[in-house]
Design a binder for this molecule. Structure first.
Ligand SMILES: C[S@@+](CC[C@H](N)C(=O)[O-])C[C@H]1O[C@@H](n2cnc3c(N)ncnc32)[C@H](O)[C@@H]1O
Length: 373
Protein backbone atom coordinates (compact mmCIF):
# COMPACT_ATOMS: atom_id res chain seq x y z
CA UNK A 1 0.00 0.00 0.00
CA UNK A 2 1.38 3.40 -0.87
CA UNK A 3 1.13 6.04 1.80
CA UNK A 4 -1.28 8.13 -0.18
CA UNK A 5 -3.36 5.68 -2.22
CA UNK A 6 -4.35 2.13 -1.39
CA UNK A 7 -6.11 -0.80 -3.03
CA UNK A 8 -9.88 -0.64 -3.19
CA UNK A 9 -11.17 -3.36 -0.86
CA UNK A 10 -14.26 -5.35 -1.90
CA UNK A 11 -16.26 -4.05 1.07
CA UNK A 12 -15.43 -0.47 0.09
CA UNK A 13 -16.54 -1.13 -3.48
CA UNK A 14 -19.80 -2.55 -2.15
CA UNK A 15 -20.29 0.42 0.15
CA UNK A 16 -19.63 2.80 -2.76
CA UNK A 17 -22.43 1.18 -4.72
CA UNK A 18 -24.76 1.87 -1.83
CA UNK A 19 -23.62 5.50 -1.46
CA UNK A 20 -24.15 6.09 -5.17
CA UNK A 21 -27.71 4.80 -5.12
CA UNK A 22 -28.56 6.59 -1.92
CA UNK A 23 -27.18 9.93 -3.05
CA UNK A 24 -28.85 9.59 -6.44
CA UNK A 25 -32.11 9.56 -4.47
CA UNK A 26 -31.11 12.06 -1.77
CA UNK A 27 -30.08 15.00 -3.98
CA UNK A 28 -33.36 15.35 -5.89
CA UNK A 29 -35.44 14.81 -2.73
CA UNK A 30 -33.59 17.69 -1.09
CA UNK A 31 -33.04 19.98 -4.07
CA UNK A 32 -36.15 19.77 -6.24
CA UNK A 33 -39.03 22.02 -5.25
CA UNK A 34 -41.46 20.18 -2.96
CA UNK A 35 -44.99 19.42 -4.15
CA UNK A 36 -46.06 22.71 -2.59
CA UNK A 37 -43.35 24.54 -4.50
CA UNK A 38 -41.00 25.07 -1.54
CA UNK A 39 -37.35 25.26 -2.45
CA UNK A 40 -34.89 24.50 0.35
CA UNK A 41 -32.48 27.42 0.59
CA UNK A 42 -29.46 25.28 1.43
CA UNK A 43 -28.39 21.64 1.45
CA UNK A 44 -25.03 20.38 2.75
CA UNK A 45 -23.22 17.12 2.15
CA UNK A 46 -20.22 16.38 4.37
CA UNK A 47 -17.69 13.61 3.76
CA UNK A 48 -15.56 13.89 6.89
CA UNK A 49 -13.03 11.15 6.06
CA UNK A 50 -12.75 12.02 2.41
CA UNK A 51 -9.62 10.09 1.41
CA UNK A 52 -7.35 10.95 -1.56
CA UNK A 53 -10.10 10.78 -4.20
CA UNK A 54 -8.70 7.72 -5.96
CA UNK A 55 -7.58 4.13 -5.36
CA UNK A 56 -4.46 2.40 -6.58
CA UNK A 57 -6.31 0.64 -9.38
CA UNK A 58 -7.62 4.00 -10.63
CA UNK A 59 -11.10 3.68 -9.11
CA UNK A 60 -12.75 6.90 -7.97
CA UNK A 61 -12.91 7.82 -4.30
CA UNK A 62 -16.15 9.00 -2.73
CA UNK A 63 -15.66 12.79 -3.19
CA UNK A 64 -15.11 12.35 -6.93
CA UNK A 65 -18.04 10.11 -7.69
CA UNK A 66 -20.41 11.99 -5.41
CA UNK A 67 -19.70 15.33 -7.09
CA UNK A 68 -19.69 13.79 -10.56
CA UNK A 69 -23.05 12.09 -10.06
CA UNK A 70 -24.57 15.29 -8.68
CA UNK A 71 -23.37 17.41 -11.62
CA UNK A 72 -24.55 14.78 -14.13
CA UNK A 73 -27.70 13.67 -12.36
CA UNK A 74 -30.65 12.93 -14.63
CA UNK A 75 -32.70 15.45 -12.60
CA UNK A 76 -30.01 18.14 -12.63
CA UNK A 77 -32.21 20.58 -14.56
CA UNK A 78 -34.86 20.44 -11.86
CA UNK A 79 -32.47 20.64 -8.91
CA UNK A 80 -31.58 24.31 -9.29
CA UNK A 81 -27.93 23.99 -8.40
CA UNK A 82 -26.45 27.23 -7.10
CA UNK A 83 -23.25 27.88 -5.22
CA UNK A 84 -25.02 29.43 -2.25
CA UNK A 85 -27.55 26.60 -2.15
CA UNK A 86 -25.56 23.38 -2.49
CA UNK A 87 -22.41 22.75 -0.53
CA UNK A 88 -20.12 19.74 -0.42
CA UNK A 89 -17.55 19.70 2.37
CA UNK A 90 -14.60 17.29 2.39
CA UNK A 91 -12.13 16.92 5.25
CA UNK A 92 -8.99 14.79 5.24
CA UNK A 93 -6.42 14.58 8.00
CA UNK A 94 -3.47 13.25 6.07
CA UNK A 95 -1.62 16.09 4.33
CA UNK A 96 -0.55 14.08 1.26
CA UNK A 97 -4.05 12.63 0.78
CA UNK A 98 -5.61 16.04 1.20
CA UNK A 99 -3.31 17.42 -1.50
CA UNK A 100 -4.04 14.45 -3.73
CA UNK A 101 -7.76 14.96 -3.32
CA UNK A 102 -7.52 18.69 -4.05
CA UNK A 103 -5.55 17.96 -7.24
CA UNK A 104 -7.94 15.15 -8.28
CA UNK A 105 -10.92 17.44 -7.93
CA UNK A 106 -9.35 20.14 -10.08
CA UNK A 107 -8.08 17.64 -12.66
CA UNK A 108 -11.54 16.19 -12.95
CA UNK A 109 -13.82 19.20 -12.59
CA UNK A 110 -11.58 22.16 -13.48
CA UNK A 111 -11.68 25.37 -11.47
CA UNK A 112 -13.82 24.50 -8.42
CA UNK A 113 -14.86 28.14 -8.07
CA UNK A 114 -16.53 27.94 -11.45
CA UNK A 115 -18.77 24.97 -10.53
CA UNK A 116 -22.52 25.48 -9.95
CA UNK A 117 -22.08 24.11 -6.38
CA UNK A 118 -19.62 25.06 -3.63
CA UNK A 119 -16.92 22.49 -2.94
CA UNK A 120 -14.87 22.93 0.23
CA UNK A 121 -11.79 20.79 0.85
CA UNK A 122 -10.03 21.14 4.20
CA UNK A 123 -7.01 19.54 5.74
CA UNK A 124 -7.53 18.48 9.35
CA UNK A 125 -9.19 16.28 11.92
CA UNK A 126 -12.84 15.45 11.22
CA UNK A 127 -13.82 15.40 14.89
CA UNK A 128 -12.45 18.90 15.37
CA UNK A 129 -13.47 20.46 12.03
CA UNK A 130 -17.00 19.18 11.50
CA UNK A 131 -18.94 21.58 13.71
CA UNK A 132 -16.93 24.72 12.83
CA UNK A 133 -17.16 23.98 9.11
CA UNK A 134 -20.89 23.34 9.23
CA UNK A 135 -21.22 26.68 11.03
CA UNK A 136 -18.87 28.56 8.71
CA UNK A 137 -20.82 27.40 5.65
CA UNK A 138 -24.27 28.07 7.07
CA UNK A 139 -25.38 24.44 7.14
CA UNK A 140 -27.46 24.54 10.33
CA UNK A 141 -31.25 24.79 10.11
CA UNK A 142 -31.04 23.19 6.65
CA UNK A 143 -30.64 19.54 5.62
CA UNK A 144 -27.24 17.92 6.17
CA UNK A 145 -26.07 14.48 5.15
CA UNK A 146 -22.86 13.65 7.02
CA UNK A 147 -20.78 10.59 6.17
CA UNK A 148 -18.21 9.46 8.76
CA UNK A 149 -16.28 6.84 6.90
CA UNK A 150 -13.14 6.32 8.93
CA UNK A 151 -11.11 3.15 9.12
CA UNK A 152 -11.91 3.12 12.75
CA UNK A 153 -8.81 5.00 13.72
CA UNK A 154 -10.75 8.05 14.87
CA UNK A 155 -13.88 8.72 16.83
CA UNK A 156 -16.58 11.15 16.13
CA UNK A 157 -17.81 12.39 19.50
CA UNK A 158 -21.47 11.75 20.05
CA UNK A 159 -21.71 15.11 21.71
CA UNK A 160 -21.59 17.66 20.26
CA UNK A 161 -20.99 16.39 16.72
CA UNK A 162 -23.59 13.65 16.16
CA UNK A 163 -26.07 15.22 18.57
CA UNK A 164 -25.99 18.57 16.75
CA UNK A 165 -26.62 16.90 13.40
CA UNK A 166 -29.38 14.68 14.82
CA UNK A 167 -31.19 17.71 16.19
CA UNK A 168 -30.81 19.70 13.01
CA UNK A 169 -33.80 19.50 10.70
CA UNK A 170 -33.91 16.81 7.98
CA UNK A 171 -30.37 15.69 8.71
CA UNK A 172 -28.83 12.23 8.56
CA UNK A 173 -25.58 10.44 9.32
CA UNK A 174 -23.88 7.39 7.91
CA UNK A 175 -21.15 5.96 10.15
CA UNK A 176 -18.97 3.04 9.11
CA UNK A 177 -17.01 0.68 11.34
CA UNK A 178 -14.27 -1.59 10.06
CA UNK A 179 -13.63 -5.03 11.53
CA UNK A 180 -12.42 -5.04 15.14
CA UNK A 181 -13.10 -1.37 15.60
CA UNK A 182 -14.63 -1.61 19.02
CA UNK A 183 -12.48 -4.35 20.46
CA UNK A 184 -9.32 -2.44 19.54
CA UNK A 185 -10.55 0.78 21.09
CA UNK A 186 -11.70 -0.93 24.23
CA UNK A 187 -8.23 -2.26 25.00
CA UNK A 188 -6.32 0.80 23.95
CA UNK A 189 -8.34 3.78 24.93
CA UNK A 190 -11.68 3.51 26.73
CA UNK A 191 -11.86 7.33 26.87
CA UNK A 192 -12.44 7.30 23.14
CA UNK A 193 -15.41 4.98 23.58
CA UNK A 194 -16.77 7.38 26.18
CA UNK A 195 -16.71 10.04 23.45
CA UNK A 196 -18.34 7.80 20.89
CA UNK A 197 -21.17 6.66 23.16
CA UNK A 198 -21.55 9.84 25.18
CA UNK A 199 -20.24 8.57 28.54
CA UNK A 200 -18.85 5.56 30.44
CA UNK A 201 -22.32 4.66 31.68
CA UNK A 202 -23.48 3.87 28.14
CA UNK A 203 -21.13 1.04 27.25
CA UNK A 204 -19.50 -1.93 28.88
CA UNK A 205 -16.51 -4.00 27.84
CA UNK A 206 -17.09 -7.04 25.64
CA UNK A 207 -17.71 -10.34 27.29
CA UNK A 208 -14.60 -12.43 26.48
CA UNK A 209 -16.67 -15.62 26.51
CA UNK A 210 -18.67 -14.38 23.51
CA UNK A 211 -17.60 -15.01 19.94
CA UNK A 212 -16.64 -12.13 17.66
CA UNK A 213 -20.04 -11.98 15.96
CA UNK A 214 -21.86 -11.77 19.24
CA UNK A 215 -19.58 -8.98 20.44
CA UNK A 216 -20.19 -7.05 17.23
CA UNK A 217 -23.90 -7.48 17.64
CA UNK A 218 -23.67 -5.95 21.10
CA UNK A 219 -21.43 -3.07 20.05
CA UNK A 220 -23.68 -2.18 17.14
CA UNK A 221 -26.72 -2.30 19.39
CA UNK A 222 -24.85 0.00 21.79
CA UNK A 223 -24.08 2.41 18.95
CA UNK A 224 -27.68 2.34 17.75
CA UNK A 225 -28.76 3.27 21.26
CA UNK A 226 -26.25 6.13 21.20
CA UNK A 227 -27.73 7.47 17.96
CA UNK A 228 -31.15 7.25 19.56
CA UNK A 229 -29.95 9.27 22.55
CA UNK A 230 -28.35 11.74 20.17
CA UNK A 231 -31.82 12.38 18.77
CA UNK A 232 -32.25 10.18 15.71
CA UNK A 233 -35.71 8.62 15.66
CA UNK A 234 -34.54 5.81 13.40
CA UNK A 235 -31.21 4.03 13.38
CA UNK A 236 -30.51 1.21 10.96
CA UNK A 237 -27.54 -1.05 11.37
CA UNK A 238 -26.35 -3.33 8.65
CA UNK A 239 -23.41 -5.30 7.47
CA UNK A 240 -22.06 -4.84 3.97
CA UNK A 241 -20.81 -8.26 2.96
CA UNK A 242 -18.69 -8.43 -0.18
CA UNK A 243 -18.21 -11.67 -2.08
CA UNK A 244 -14.66 -11.86 -0.77
CA UNK A 245 -12.83 -10.10 2.04
CA UNK A 246 -13.88 -8.57 5.31
CA UNK A 247 -17.39 -7.22 5.85
CA UNK A 248 -18.00 -3.69 6.98
CA UNK A 249 -20.56 -2.44 9.46
CA UNK A 250 -22.61 0.62 8.84
CA UNK A 251 -25.09 2.56 10.96
CA UNK A 252 -27.51 5.07 9.45
CA UNK A 253 -29.40 7.65 11.50
CA UNK A 254 -32.39 9.64 10.29
CA UNK A 255 -35.49 11.28 11.70
CA UNK A 256 -37.73 10.42 8.78
CA UNK A 257 -39.39 7.23 7.66
CA UNK A 258 -38.83 8.46 4.12
CA UNK A 259 -35.07 8.38 4.85
CA UNK A 260 -35.37 4.77 5.98
CA UNK A 261 -37.33 3.94 2.81
CA UNK A 262 -34.73 5.67 0.67
CA UNK A 263 -31.72 3.83 2.08
CA UNK A 264 -33.54 0.53 1.78
CA UNK A 265 -34.46 1.32 -1.82
CA UNK A 266 -30.78 1.98 -2.42
CA UNK A 267 -29.85 -1.40 -0.96
CA UNK A 268 -32.37 -3.24 -3.06
CA UNK A 269 -31.27 -1.45 -6.21
CA UNK A 270 -27.63 -2.31 -5.76
CA UNK A 271 -26.79 -5.02 -8.21
CA UNK A 272 -25.94 -8.17 -6.32
CA UNK A 273 -24.37 -9.87 -9.31
CA UNK A 274 -20.86 -9.44 -7.97
CA UNK A 275 -21.85 -11.42 -4.92
CA UNK A 276 -22.30 -8.62 -2.40
CA UNK A 277 -25.18 -8.51 0.02
CA UNK A 278 -26.45 -6.69 3.04
CA UNK A 279 -27.11 -8.50 6.28
CA UNK A 280 -28.88 -7.67 9.48
CA UNK A 281 -26.26 -8.11 12.20
CA UNK A 282 -28.80 -9.28 14.74
CA UNK A 283 -29.49 -12.47 12.80
CA UNK A 284 -27.58 -15.43 14.10
CA UNK A 285 -26.50 -18.00 11.55
CA UNK A 286 -29.09 -17.44 8.82
CA UNK A 287 -27.55 -18.06 5.42
CA UNK A 288 -29.03 -15.57 3.00
CA UNK A 289 -30.01 -17.04 -0.31
CA UNK A 290 -29.03 -15.44 -3.58
CA UNK A 291 -28.20 -11.78 -3.54
CA UNK A 292 -30.71 -9.06 -2.85
CA UNK A 293 -33.49 -10.73 -4.70
CA UNK A 294 -35.93 -11.76 -2.03
CA UNK A 295 -37.91 -14.28 -4.00
CA UNK A 296 -35.10 -15.33 -6.27
CA UNK A 297 -36.32 -18.89 -6.27
CA UNK A 298 -40.03 -19.29 -6.64
CA UNK A 299 -41.73 -19.69 -3.30
CA UNK A 300 -38.57 -19.23 -1.23
CA UNK A 301 -38.48 -16.68 1.53
CA UNK A 302 -35.13 -15.40 2.68
CA UNK A 303 -34.06 -17.16 5.91
CA UNK A 304 -32.88 -13.84 7.37
CA UNK A 305 -36.35 -12.37 6.98
CA UNK A 306 -37.92 -15.43 8.59
CA UNK A 307 -35.54 -15.35 11.51
CA UNK A 308 -36.17 -11.66 12.13
CA UNK A 309 -39.94 -12.16 12.03
CA UNK A 310 -39.62 -15.08 14.44
CA UNK A 311 -37.44 -12.96 16.74
CA UNK A 312 -40.05 -10.20 16.75
CA UNK A 313 -42.89 -12.61 17.37
CA UNK A 314 -40.97 -14.15 20.24
CA UNK A 315 -40.77 -10.70 21.86
CA UNK A 316 -44.33 -9.86 20.86
CA UNK A 317 -46.26 -13.11 20.40
CA UNK A 318 -49.45 -11.41 19.24
CA UNK A 319 -49.21 -8.66 16.66
CA UNK A 320 -50.90 -7.36 13.52
CA UNK A 321 -49.51 -7.60 10.03
CA UNK A 322 -49.38 -3.81 9.92
CA UNK A 323 -47.32 -3.54 13.09
CA UNK A 324 -45.00 -6.28 11.92
CA UNK A 325 -44.48 -4.45 8.62
CA UNK A 326 -43.68 -1.24 10.44
CA UNK A 327 -41.17 -3.04 12.63
CA UNK A 328 -39.50 -4.60 9.59
CA UNK A 329 -39.20 -1.20 7.97
CA UNK A 330 -37.94 0.77 10.93
CA UNK A 331 -35.94 -1.77 12.89
CA UNK A 332 -34.36 -4.21 10.46
CA UNK A 333 -31.51 -3.56 8.11
CA UNK A 334 -33.07 -4.13 4.75
CA UNK A 335 -36.63 -5.44 5.01
CA UNK A 336 -39.70 -3.39 4.27
CA UNK A 337 -43.35 -3.47 5.27
CA UNK A 338 -44.35 -5.28 2.09
CA UNK A 339 -42.21 -8.26 3.11
CA UNK A 340 -44.29 -9.01 6.20
CA UNK A 341 -47.06 -10.81 4.36
CA UNK A 342 -44.88 -13.34 2.51
CA UNK A 343 -42.98 -14.16 5.69
CA UNK A 344 -46.12 -14.66 7.72
CA UNK A 345 -47.68 -16.83 5.02
CA UNK A 346 -44.56 -18.95 4.96
CA UNK A 347 -44.52 -19.37 8.75
CA UNK A 348 -48.23 -20.17 8.62
CA UNK A 349 -47.55 -22.87 6.02
CA UNK A 350 -44.97 -24.37 8.38
CA UNK A 351 -47.46 -24.35 11.25
CA UNK A 352 -45.46 -21.85 13.28
CA UNK A 353 -48.05 -19.06 13.47
CA UNK A 354 -51.79 -18.62 13.53
CA UNK A 355 -53.30 -15.86 11.42
CA UNK A 356 -56.74 -14.54 12.33
CA UNK A 357 -59.29 -14.14 10.96
CA UNK A 358 -58.70 -16.93 8.47
CA UNK A 359 -59.10 -16.14 4.79
CA UNK A 360 -57.64 -13.12 3.11
CA UNK A 361 -54.68 -11.60 4.95
CA UNK A 362 -55.01 -7.86 5.51
CA UNK A 363 -53.08 -5.23 7.46
CA UNK A 364 -55.41 -5.78 10.41
CA UNK A 365 -54.90 -9.57 10.49
CA UNK A 366 -53.39 -10.73 13.75
CA UNK A 367 -50.40 -13.02 13.81
CA UNK A 368 -49.72 -15.25 16.79
CA UNK A 369 -46.62 -17.36 17.36
CA UNK A 370 -47.49 -20.87 18.41
CA UNK A 371 -45.84 -22.03 21.62
CA UNK A 372 -42.78 -24.16 20.95
CA UNK A 373 -42.66 -23.12 17.28
C1 LIG B 1 -11.86 4.85 4.80
S1 LIG B 1 -10.84 6.13 4.18
C2 LIG B 1 -11.96 7.14 3.32
C3 LIG B 1 -12.41 6.62 2.01
C4 LIG B 1 -13.30 7.55 1.23
N1 LIG B 1 -14.41 8.06 2.03
C5 LIG B 1 -13.85 6.82 0.04
O1 LIG B 1 -14.90 6.17 0.19
O2 LIG B 1 -13.27 6.86 -1.03
C6 LIG B 1 -10.51 7.09 5.58
C7 LIG B 1 -9.72 8.37 5.33
O3 LIG B 1 -9.81 9.16 6.51
C8 LIG B 1 -8.58 9.81 6.71
N2 LIG B 1 -8.50 10.18 8.13
C9 LIG B 1 -7.98 9.48 9.16
N3 LIG B 1 -8.14 10.13 10.31
C10 LIG B 1 -8.80 11.28 10.01
C11 LIG B 1 -9.28 12.36 10.79
N4 LIG B 1 -9.10 12.39 12.10
N5 LIG B 1 -9.94 13.35 10.17
C12 LIG B 1 -10.13 13.32 8.82
N6 LIG B 1 -9.68 12.34 8.04
C13 LIG B 1 -9.03 11.31 8.63
C14 LIG B 1 -7.54 8.81 6.25
O4 LIG B 1 -6.32 9.47 5.93
C15 LIG B 1 -8.24 8.19 5.04
O5 LIG B 1 -7.89 8.86 3.88
Amino acid sequence: MSDVLWELQPATAAKHQLYKRYLDAWWPIMLQPTQRGYLRPRVTYLDAFAGPGRYLGGEEGSPIFVLDRLLHHTAVERMQLRRDRVRLIFTENDRARFEHLSAELVARFGDLDALPVTVIVRHGDAARLTIPLLSEFGAWLHPILAVFDSWGNVNIPLSPVITSIARNQSSEVIVTFGPNWFSRREGEDPDQLDDVFGGREFWSPSDPSQDTDERWRNWLATYRAALRRAGFAHQLQFMVVPRTGQPLNLVFGTNHESGVEAIKDAMWKVDGSDGMRFLDPRVRGAVPIGQLDLFSSEGMVDPELLELVRQHLTDKPLTTLEELGKWLLLETARWRAMHAKGAVQHLHGEGQVVIEPSGRITKASTVRLLKGA
